[in-house]
Write a protein that binds this ligand. Structure first.
Ligand SMILES: *Cc1c(COP(=O)(O)O)cnc(C)c1O
Length: 380
C-alpha cells in the first residue's frame, strides 16, 4: 500500500462490537474477565488499550515497521530507549540535538552511570573517534534541530551494524512521510508524536517503532513497567491527525520552500538554514535521503544583532511565538531561550546555534500571508 492510503487506513478496523468505522475512545482502566485470567486480550489500560493498539499499529505501518509502542510524550519514549542500557554503557549522540534530549541524557541518565558523547555527525570520522568497546548505541537526529543539518542515516546505521551496536533515529522533524529510517538500517525510530504526526498542536505524545522483536519486547515491558502511557483520548486525536499527514506534509514542504527562497533573497536576512535550498550544504544528501525537504527552517538577520532578532519575533502576527512545531499553524521559536535553553550557552555556540537564530515551523496557511507577515516583521 502507498503512503497516503496507509495514512488513512492503517491500524484501524471497524469496531468489533458495533461496526463503528472510527476506533472508539476506550475510556476505561480495566476490562471485565469471564473467569480469572480468561479475558479478551485486555486486562488493564496501562498494559493495553484498544484505542492505543490501533494507533500503535498505524504508526508501525507508516514507518514500515513491525512494532509500534506509544508513550506519554516524545521524551517518555526517549526515556524508554535509554532504559535499555546499563551503567558504564556509552552512547554517541549528534551535537545539534533537541534540547530536551540533551537534558534527559546529561541530567537524568548520566547520574545513573550512562556515558554520553556528543559529536558533529556530518563527519564519519567524528563518530569513529568517539567509539570505544563500551559503545552500545548511536542516537541520530536528522534534519537536526534547529540548524536543519542533514546526516547520512544509511552511512551511520551501517557503521552501527559493523560494530554490532544499536542505531536510533529521532525522525520527528521529517515525519514518516519524508523518510523511513528502518528501511535504511535503523533499529529504532523515535517520534515526538506531538509534532507532525498529531499535527494539530493539541496532544503531547511519543512513539517508538522497530522491526526487532527482542527490542520491541523490552520496550513494551518498559512501557508497562514504567507506566508512561498516553490516554485513549489522545490516541484518538492522533489517529484522526494521521489521516491527513501526507497532504499536510505536502503543503508544509511547498510553503517552506517558498518562504526559504523569499528569506534567502531578502537584503536584511543573513543565513537561511533550509535543506531545500541548493546553497545548503545538506541539499544533495537531503535530495537522496528524503522525499521532500520538510516544513522547518531557521534564519539569522544580517549583523546578528540580538535586539533586532527579538523585535522581528515580537512583530510577527500570523506566526505565533512559541515552542513546538509541526502543527497546521505557523510558529516562530527562539531556540536559545526556548527549546534549547537547557543546553549551556558554550555548548550551543560550539554547535553553531547563535542567540540570534530564529526558527520557523511553516504551517499550511496560504503562503502569501506568511511571506507578507515576515515582510512587515523584518522591515526594511
Ligand atoms: C519535541 C521534540 C522532542 C520531545 O518530544 P515531546 O513530545 O515534547 O516530549 C524530541 N525530539 C524532537 C526533535 C522534538 O522536536
Amino acid at each position: 500500500m502507498k503512503f497516503g492510503t496507509k495514512a488513512v487506513h492503517a491500524g484501524v478496523e471497524p469496531d468489533p462490537a458495533t461496526g463503528a468505522i472510527m476506533t472508539p475512545i476506550y475510556q476505561t482502566s480495566t476490562y471485565v474477565q469471564e473467569s480469572p485470567g480468561k479475558h479478551k486480550g485486555y486486562e488493564y489500560s496501562r498494559t493495553h488499550n484498544p484505542t492505543r493498539t490501533a494507533l500503535q499499529n498505524a504508526l508501525a505501518a507508516l514507518e514500515n515497521g513491525k512494532h509500534g509502542i506509544c508513550y506519554a510524550s516524545g521524551l517518555a519514549a526517549t526515556d524508554a530507549v535509554l532504559k535499555l542500557y546499563r551503567p558504564g554503557d556509552e552512547i554517541i549522540a549528534t551535537n545539534d540535538i533537541y534540547g530536551g534530549t540533551y537534558r534527559i541524557m546529561k541530567k537524568v541518565f548520566e547520574p545513573f552511570g550512562l556515558i554520553f558523547r556528543f559529536v558533529d555527525m556530518s563527519e564519519t570520522a567524528n563518530i569513529t573517534d568517539a567509539f570505544s568497546d563500551k559503545t552500545k548505541m548511536i542516537w541520530i537526529e536528522t534534519p537536526t534541530n534547529p540548524l536543519l543539518k542533514i546526516l547520512d542515516i544509511g552511512k551511520i546505521t551501517s557503521l552501527c551494524k559493523e560494530n554490532n551496536i544499536h542505531s536510533v533515529v529521532d525522525n520527528t522533524f521529517a515525519s514518516p512521510y519524508l523518510q523511513n529510517p528502518l528501511d535504511i538500517g535503523a533499529d529504532i525510530v523515535m517520534h515526538s508524536v506531538t509534532k507532525y504526526l498529531g499535527g494539530h498542536s493539541d496532544t503531547v505524545m511519543g512513539a517508538l517503532i522497530t522491526n526487532n522483536d527482542e527490542l520491541a519486547r523490552q520496550l513494551a515491558f518498559i512501557q508497562n513497567a514504567s507506566g508512561a502511557v498516553p490516554g485513549p483520548q489522545d490516541c484518538f486525536l492522533v489517529l484522526r491527525g494521521l489521516k491527513t499527514l501526507h497532504i499536510r506534509m505536502q503543503r508544509h514542504c511547498e510553503n517552506a520552500m517558498q518562504v526559504a527562497r523569499y528569506l534567502e533573497n531578502h537584503p536584511k536576512v543573513g543565513k537561511v538554514y533550509y535543506p531545500g535550498l541548493p546553497s545548503n550544504p545538506g541539499h544533495e544528501l537531503a535530495s537522496r535521503q528524503m522525499k521532500d525537504f520538510g516544513g522547518m527552517l531557521s534564519f539569522e538577520l544580517n549583523g546578528d544583532i540580538y535586539e533586532e532578532a527579538v523585535k522581528t519575533m515580537e512583530q510577527l502576527k500570523v506566526f505565533s511565538l512559541g515552542e513546538s512545531l509541526g502543527g497546521v499553524e505557523s510558529l516562530c521559536t527562539h531556540p536559545a531561550s526556548m527549546t534549547h535553553a537547557s543546553i549551556p550557552k558554550e555548548e550551543r555556540l560550539k554547535a553553531g546555534l547563535k542567540d540570534t537564530l530564529i526558527r520557523l515551523s511553516i504551517g499550511i496557511e496560504d503562503v502569501a500571508d506568511l511571506i507578507a507577515d515576515l515582510e512587515q516583521a523584518i522591515g526594511d
